[in-house]
Write a protein that binds this ligand. Structure first.
Ligand SMILES: Nc1nc2c(c(=O)[nH]1)N[C@H]1C(S)=C(S)[C@@H](COP(=O)(O)OP(=O)(O)OC[C@H]3O[C@@H](n4cnc5c(=O)[nH]c(N)nc54)[C@H](O)[C@@H]3O)O[C@H]1N2
Ligand SMILES: Nc1nc2c(c(=O)[nH]1)N[C@H]1C(S)=C(S)[C@@H](COP(=O)(O)OP(=O)(O)OC[C@H]3O[C@@H](n4cnc5c(=O)[nH]c(N)nc54)[C@H](O)[C@@H]3O)O[C@H]1N2
Ligand code: SF4
Ligand SMILES: [Mo]
Length: 687
């Protein structure tokens, strides 16, 4: 007898409602849930891949231990006892020599978020690295500087706006990021139907650009120039609204950017002065929302970009306005639950990078493992991360990991990173654990909550990630940690939240509980700054304008600039073992403009060698005028052809890793975030 279950897809930030039909432990179908008020029936192809993941024969089901090149299955008790003992020995020698790398899927597990602190504490809390510094850290630094909390995000109110401007994001592929906006396509259709416009600014004519009313090309990593000119245009606009009293020092900003020559900025970024004036006009007319995402964050001016984007929204009167930028009222108030974050409390040992929100840059992990001395990392715990493929100059890290005394990966695959581990500890399958979008619902376009119970009972002898982390922490520290389960902790958080709901009440709503669209009027009250004011001109950001002024002179370097991309059938580095997702045309290709291809004797489908100051890779060419001339694009997360990987489907579709080309020395100094966008590369036919 088939049974249907209403659950949530946990793969990406969209948190789509799914209806899963099962017969015993067989998954008959996975469909969108029309009764989910947030996703309204939308799903993408990755949801159906949950079945491939659940049933993947390469997915590890027992802990494995490596001795030299040999792997053997061991029991959980042996694994925890040995890891505990080895870690204690290393920490006894040097209390600062353990580190943790926290990968992206942790953001999609409420239980991991609530329990990972126990492992951090057992390891001494000093050396924390995560995917945040190859992703959104610049936004978080700007959030802290402007709103007083790194986790307080303004959410673009796409459902009521008239102009939605997307800079460096491609929600048609990614389904939105730090913006939980499932069913993006239909939201855009509705926007266009009510006479509004979607505008996309991107070096590639993306899938989102193709459904937009306007697409403007921009040269990679020159966004700060565009944004400086756009802010000037908004500030000079005759119809610009007066700002409310709680917003201060916009005049200081105006003064600081007055020296930027707008025409020069336009020439450098490739967006014309007329288009910048048009954008300013649309913004001031409103309601409008300017949203910048990963393309603007992974730059050496990532934090400056995030700050300028916020200021443009503020100066044009879009803050706290329906159709502009709004603060949600989530069921669990993650802002109240966590500290605001800080910048520069300590500095990294080798290069002196500031500690940002408790983390050092992932780009600096390799040097901290390689460099001898007190505090050298000797034991590394990787929790759901694949930094060999995901962080800049992954090859260097790949080599560095071999030198560790102890490496533990909590992961279900033996992949590019975990093949270096001494122990791999696999969690239960994706449908065998609970889900609540703890950190994603607070950035959603509606006030919405949904709890999903595990669909299947866990296979015998398997543990959830949080149980593995708690047992690791206990094995290392010898102490017994919190006895509360994530469920119990979540129940408390929900009760203490703005709707005072219980977990049982939420669980009784299989489609989730909807509290409606976001409300204006939340801003002053929600601000976490002293006196609930916004200082538009934090000194460290104003000072960074000088770096922009000197750094962004037009160079004569005519090398191609490399950028990344995402595909809707892929997710970072770890969904390439799903047969139903990798089928079809090869996706790890070099996209290049026809003129640039011709100049290099490269035909569509031919093999190119791409090289940077860090390395070289080979991959097939895809000639397309969707690329801005002078710019090439390669997706990240590929390169599954390294020895020791055990993922048969991914190995057959290995691709090459863009992060063999990216540069670990290229960082945004304010956030420590990797600057992936605009890497200078040479491209030639592979011989
Ligand atoms: N050049 C370039 N590099 C990039 C990017 C880019 O745009 N360009 N994007 C960056 C971004 S935004 C991110 S977020 C990072 C991602 O960087 P990472 O988080 O390091 O990498 P992922 O590919 O997400 O790898 C996730 C790992 O977790 C495992 N995993 C998946 N689900 C679970 C689970 O439930 N439990 C456990 N224990 N393991 C699980 C997978 O097998 C995989 O090994 O990559 C970054 N790298
Ligand atoms: N299908 C799928 N969905 C995903 C993921 C995935 O791998 N696959 N990853 C998830 C994760 S971890 C994240 S963080 C989000 C990211 O979500 P998005 O931010 O939407 O990520 P992308 O789709 O890579 O879009 C980034 C865009 O920035 C452009 N770009 C690159 N450099 C520049 C630049 O210098 N300036 C400007 N203006 N644009 C630039 C690229 O051409 C690209 O179109 O997606 C999430 N969702
Ligand atoms: S967009 Fe796709 S991957 Fe993301 S939550 Fe929805 S169904 Fe899952
Ligand atoms: Mo990400």
């Amino acid at each position: 007898m088939p049974i249907t279950h209403r659950r949530t897809c946990s793969i990406c930030e969209a948190n789509c409602g799914i209806v899963v039909t099962t017969e015993g432990r067989d998954i008959v179908s996975i469909k969108g849930d029309p009764g989910n008020a947030l996703s309204r029936g939308h799903i993408c192809p990755k949801a159906t891949a949950l079945a491939d993941l659940q049933n993947d024969p390469d997915r590890l089901r027992r802990p494995i231990k490596r001795t030299g090149e040999q792997w053997e299955e061991i029991g959980w008790d042996q694994a925890f006892a040995e890891i505990g003992e080895r870690t204690r020995t290393i920490l006894a020698r040097d209390a600062d020599s353990a580190a943790m790398y926290i990968g992206n899927p942790n953001a999609h597990s409420y239980a991991n978020s609530l329990v990972s602190g126990e492992l951090k504490k057992a390891l001494g809390l000093k050396n924390i690295y995560s995917a945040s510094t190859v992703d959104q850290m610049p936004h978080m630094v700007a959030n802290l500087a402007l709103f007083g909390h790194s986790g307080l995000w303004g959410v673009p109110d796409i459902d009521r706006t008239s102009t939605m401007i997307i800079l460096g994001g491609n929600p048609m592929a990614s389904n939105g990021s730090v913006w939980t906006v499932p069913d993006f396509r239909n939201r855009v259709k509705a926007l266009q139907k009510r006479g509004g416009q979607l505008v996309v600014i991107d070096p590639r004519r993306t899938e989102t650009a193709k459904i937009a009313d306007r697409h403007l090309f921009i040269r990679p990593a020159t966004d700060a120039m565009l944004l400086a000119a756009l802010l000037k245009a908004v500030l000079a606009h005759p119809a610009r609204p007066d700002l409310p009293d709680y917003i201060g020092n916009m005049d200081v900003v105006a003064d600081a950017i007055s020296g930027f020559d707008s025409a020069g900025c336009a020439a450098q970024c490739g967006v014309s002065s007329a288009d910048i004036a048009w954008l300013a006009d649309r913004l001031v007319q409103g309601p409008a929302a300017l949203y910048g995402r990963i393309g603007t964050a992974t730059q050496s001016f990532g934090t400056l970009n995030a700050w300028l984007i916020a200021l443009i929204n503020i100066a044009s009167g879009q803050l706290d306005r329906e159709g502009g930028l709004l603060f949600p009222t989530p069921l669990v108030d993650t802002v109240a639950m966590t500290g605001p974050g800080s910048v520069g409390r300590r500095h990294s040992r080798v290069s002196g990078h500031p500690l940002v929100m408790g983390e050092y840059p992932a780009a600096a992990l390799a040097e901290e493992i390689e460099t001898a001395g007190a505090g050298q990392i000797r034991a590394l715990f990787v929790i759901a991360g694949n930094p060999v493929l995901s962080t800049p100059n992954g090859r260097r890290l790949d080599t560095a990991l071999e030198g560790l005394e102890l490496m533990v990966s909590v992961d279900m695959y033996r992949n590019a990173t975990s093949r270096h581990a001494h122990y791999i500890l696999p969690p239960v399958g994706p449908l065998e654990r609970e889900h609540y979008g703890l950190f994603l619902l607070p950035i959603a376009i509606r006030n919405f909550g949904k709890f999903s119970a595990p669909l299947f009972e866990a296979e015998a002898g398997m543990l959830q990630d949080w149980q593995i982390m708690r047992k690791l922490a206990e094995a290392i520290s010898g102490a017994t940690n919190g006895r509360e389960t994530p469920r119990q902790l979540l129940d408390k958080l929900l009760r203490a939240g703005p709707y005072a709901i219980t977990l049982a009440e939420l669980e009784a709503e299989p489609g989730g509980k909807d509290f409606g669209p976001l409300r204006a009027g939340r801003f002053p009250d929600r601000l976490q700054t002293a006196e609930k004011r916004i200082d538009c001109a934090p000194s460290q950001l104003v000072a960074d304008l000088d770096r922009l002024r000197t750094a962004l002179h037009r160079d004569d370097d005519d090398r191609l600039r490399l950028i990344g991309r995402r595909h809707v059938r892929s997710n970072n580095s770890w969904l390439h073992n799903s047969p139903r997702l990798v089928k079809g045309p090869q996706r790890c290709t070099l996209m290049i403009h026809p003129d640039d291809a011709r100049a290099r004797n490269l035909g569509d489908g031919s093999l190119a060698e791409v090289s940077s100051r860090r390395g070289a890779i080979r991959l097939p060419v895809e000639v397309t005028d969707d690329m801005m001339p002078g710019t090439v694009s390669i997706p990240h997360g590929w390169g599954h052809n390294l020895p020791g990987i055990s993922m048969a489907v991914a190995q057959a579709h290995a691709g090459a890793s863009i992060n063999d080309l990216t540069d670990e020395a290229a960082l945004d100094p304010l956030s420590g975030n990797a600057a992936f966008s605009g890497v200078p590369v040479e491209v030639r036919p592979a011989v």
